[in-house]
Design a protein around this ligand. Structure first.
Ligand code: DLL
Length: 435
């Protein structure tokens, strides 16, 4: 028997989930049409009436919503409840420089917390756990989301927020934290710091719940080994609530999407056509239980694949792969598509830690790709010959993976600035789209 927060819904038969989705979708469409002018206008423009949407099968008739719509409607244009019913806002971390503000009623917060509680219990969490949350607290959804989930489970919650690594480690050892929640890049940094201080035997961690940024399987193994834990992925976005839109179970073959709250579709990002299960495309969500800020057919720009294969954990909700890239962050270097995760895979395979930066410039109309990589302390050497040899090895491995030349510069351990939130992996200096 697995460890579930709401087994009756997490493991419900497919027909039951579908019936719930149909009922909630019909209500939500009517609700936004009646209460949100922005939706009414968009639906009228497309010639769709609420009564045209009778089940999930009709979802494709609705217009998509994008980040541009959110910006256009900023701040209150998509609110479906009076502001006096709202109790909270959260906002995106702004890694792409665009802010989005999402609103929540108390009921929205409760449901969001439940989604995070499902994720914590899927990672083995119980009321006896000490949940160490070092996602940022504040406008970012990471801290508040996992904090709320941990309360629902009844675990002892340490609302650490990000930063101050000394203090993180001290609380972790003194209070015996058992579940660590933070970005994978911060988990890797904490792991390094714990080992450096010789405290690996003093920590009691058993699991980690890491998300909010892309990370590879190689990075997962690295963190698992260094901290002696099982590392679970968690996915979400501010617009749809925050962390806990989907989460990994012990099978670790994708993340279960909380389908009683969010309907997932995968589309061709070029044409908008809905793709069949198993095909790779852009993930689109419809929130069917949100009161304050319900988004219909919201384009996430995250590229993934959905799967309804039976899961050994007993959960019946559809699974998504880790985001395999974004339809808008893929780098095109010398005409070749480059995903930062491909570069990370090469580095970790060659024994480097995930401390690197990708710098793209354009010199005389020619793209230049440079990867700066930190050496591990064991690799660090004064011998130029040794360093040059290592750089050449990486150049060849990157060429094999990407098909193009990337200059490699090895730098001293700890010289690339650490992030307490999302790591800045790519510096694109080309100004491709104008300022
Ligand atoms: O990052 C919410 C979150 C907090 C998720 C804590 C997980 C843990 P935003 O700042 O709005 O929200 O960024 C959302 O981050 O569209 C993805 O591109 C990326 N992302 C989120 N989780 C993952 C993940 C939070 N597990 C955007 N793997 C999303 C890869 C992720 N990318």
């Amino acid at each position: 028997m697995g460890n579930y927060y709401q087994p009756e819904i997490e493991c419900a038969p497919r027909e039951q989930i579908l019936a719930l989705q149909n009922e909630r979708l019909v209500k939500q469409v009517r609700n936004v049409y009646d209460h949100v002018e922005y939706y009414r206008k968009r639906m009228d423009e497309k010639g769709v009436k609420p009564e045209d949407i009778r089940s999930v099968e009709d979802l494709h008739k609705l217009p998509f919503l994008t980040k541009d719509d959110l910006r256009e409607a900023y701040p209150y244009g998509l609110l479906a409840r009076p502001l006096s019913d709202c109790v909270r806002i959260q906002s995106t971390s702004g890694t792409t420089g665009r802010r989005v503000v999402a609103f929540y009623t108390q009921h929205d917060i409760d449901l969001w917390d439940e989604c995070c509680a499902r994720a914590i219990m899927a990672a083995g969490g119980t009321k006896d756990d000490v949940v160490h949350v070092c996602y940022g607290y504040g406008l970012f959804t990471g801290g508040p989301g996992l904090n709320g989930g941990s309360h629902k489970v009844g675990s002892l919650t340490l609302p650490m927020s990000s930063g101050n690594t000394e203090r993180q480690i001290q609380f972790m050892t003194d209070l015996g934290s058992t579940i660590l929640c933070c970005t994978p890049s911060y988990a890797a940094y904490l792991a390094e710091s714990i080992i450096e201080r010789g405290l690996r035997d003093k920590i009691k961690l058993k699991a980690g719940i890491f998300g909010a940024e892309a990370w590879t399987e190689e990075m997962r193994h690295d963190i698992e080994e260094k901290l002696g834990i099982k590392a679970y992925d968690i996915y979400g976005l501010t617009e749809i609530s925050g962390p806990g839109v989907s989460f990994e179970c012990e099978e670790q073959t994708g993340m279960h999407i909380n389908e009683d709250h969010f309907i997932a579709e995968v589309i061709n990002p070029e044409t908008g056509e809905v793709l069949p299960e198993g095909e790779k495309g852009e993930l689109v969500f419809t929130s069917i239980t949100k009161e304050a800020f319900p988004l219909l057919r919201y384009r996430t720009r995250d590229i993934c694949i959905l799967s309804r294969k039976k899961c050994s954990c007993g959960r019946t909700h559809v699974k998504m792969t880790k985001p395999l890239g974004r339809s808008d962050d893929m780098l095109i270097v010398k005409g070749v598509n480059v995903f930062p995760s491909q570069i990370e895979t090469v580095l970790l395979n060659k024994g480097y830690a995930a401390n690197y930066q990708i710098i793209v410039t354009r010199v005389k109309n020619s793209d230049q790709l440079e990867v700066q990589v930190e050496m591990t302390p064991e690799m660090f050497s004064d011998s130029m010959g040794e360093i040059t040899g290592r750089e050449k090895e990486l150049v060849d491995a990157l060429k094999a993976m990407l098909g193009i030349y990337a200059k490699v510069k090895l730098v001293a351990p700890k010289s690339i600035q650490r992030s307490e939130g999302k790591a800045v992996r790519v510096i694109d200096k080309r100004d491709l789209y104008g300022k």
